[in-house]
Design a protein around this ligand. Structure first.
Ligand SMILES: [Zn+2]
Length: 59
């Protein structure tokens, strides 16, 4: 019982770290304003401040 709980939490921890890696890859930002935000849709769109095309930010 207890060992199962440990395994589950271990798997969850590994999944969470993988999730962080994915999130880090899924950032878009404006090179002009040096802002970054989560990619929430397939389209990057443009910066709301200056209108520049947003770039995918990779860690
Ligand atoms: Zn901008």
């Amino acid at each position: 019982m207890f060992e199962q709980a440990v395994q589950v939490s271990e798997a969850y921890r590994q999944g969470a770290s993988q999730m962080q890696g994915t999130l880090r890859m899924a950032l878009k930002g404006c090179l002009h304003c040096r802002t970054a935000q989560m990619i929430a849709s397939p389209e990057l769109g443009t910066c709301t401040d200056c209108g520049e095309d947003l770039q995918v930010l990779e860690a």
